[in-house]
Design a protein around this ligand. Sequence first.
Ligand code: KG4
Ligand code: ZN
Length: 365
Amino acid sequence: MTDPICVLGIETSCDETAAAVLRRAPDGTVSILAETVRSQIDEHAPYGGVVPEIAARAHAEIADEIVSQTLQKSGVGLADLDAIAATSGPGLIGGVMVGMMTGKAMALAADKPFVPINHLEGHALSPRLADPCPFPYLLLLVSGGHCQFIAVAGLGDYRRLGSTIDDAAGEAFDKLAKTLGIGFPGGPAVERLASDGDAKRFALPRPLLNRPGLDMSFAGLKTAAARVVEAESLDIRGQADLCASFQAAIAECLAEKSRRALIEFQDGQGGDTRLVVAGGVAANQTIRAALNDVAEAADASLIAPPLRHCTDNAAMIALAGAERLAAGLVDDAGLTFAARPRWPLDEARAQADPAYGGGKRGAKA
Ligand code: KG4
Ligand code: ZN
């Protein structure tokens, strides 16, 4: 295509209702014309985690309004869009259905192509919203529902190098915060307390660290921390020390696995190496610093997109739609696409290794 492409993106796969309109120039440059993210944190906070039924209802109540407000803000009429893209999996199916059906209805009414997007592809392409970030690059996606290494070779060309075999790292932060009763989402609360803590006070496990390979595990760490809470009546000092010890354990696991992932990724590949970190856990300063050290030591650069594009958003979904349209990968079949609660990015690997395909665990997986 030689003309710019204008796409509306919709994201509703977990606890954010989001819409965005962006324009992609033929050279790949992106301008976000409008974007809205409405978080449901307040609705889920009393439960210490995302409740699927509450999420689906909240999306259904607000999706139309978010989409129409965003379109209006963008100054682009429905008739001027080139396509409508919506997350069609993986995720909490009730929410996915709301966004996907909203997108399909609009596409049908306006006679535009509908592009079903894999939410993980959105994350994989998210660095390209702000930065040219040429292919290939190594992505560490680390959030409340995802924790995986993906070698991004090109659009639609993803190889999963490793993933958590149980909880995602963000989920582990959330569980610790719930056990300590310090708030939801847990990551920011744990990070705040950890800033005054002694990371050496509690010797917590680093699961799978001494095993070869790039898979990760955080369930044992979460349980070990819960045992400390049960066994000792921690005062605020003790809580801070536990949070610091826990954060240090996660940072060490992510850093060491990233170090090995970079070696595997760089093997046989010349030129600059980019390590991209995305997902809500990428907000954590201790983790960022640890990843930065690893990247520097490997002569690679660490790219951390702005936080609003690390966490769930619709701009990355619109971008995936625009890149697919530009590459000629969009056909009429979009309107009949069935939502997929599980949708691994690397289908071949997930089939060969079905124990933990993309997004097996976690509310957002
Ligand atoms: O990307 P995100 O908004 O949603 C998905 O899971 O897709 O990530 C949310 C997760 C939560 O588990 C939250 O506790 C974690 O990211 N998180 C953090 C921090 N900020 C958010 N974890 C550690 N440190 C933080 N500062
Ligand atoms: Zn996500």
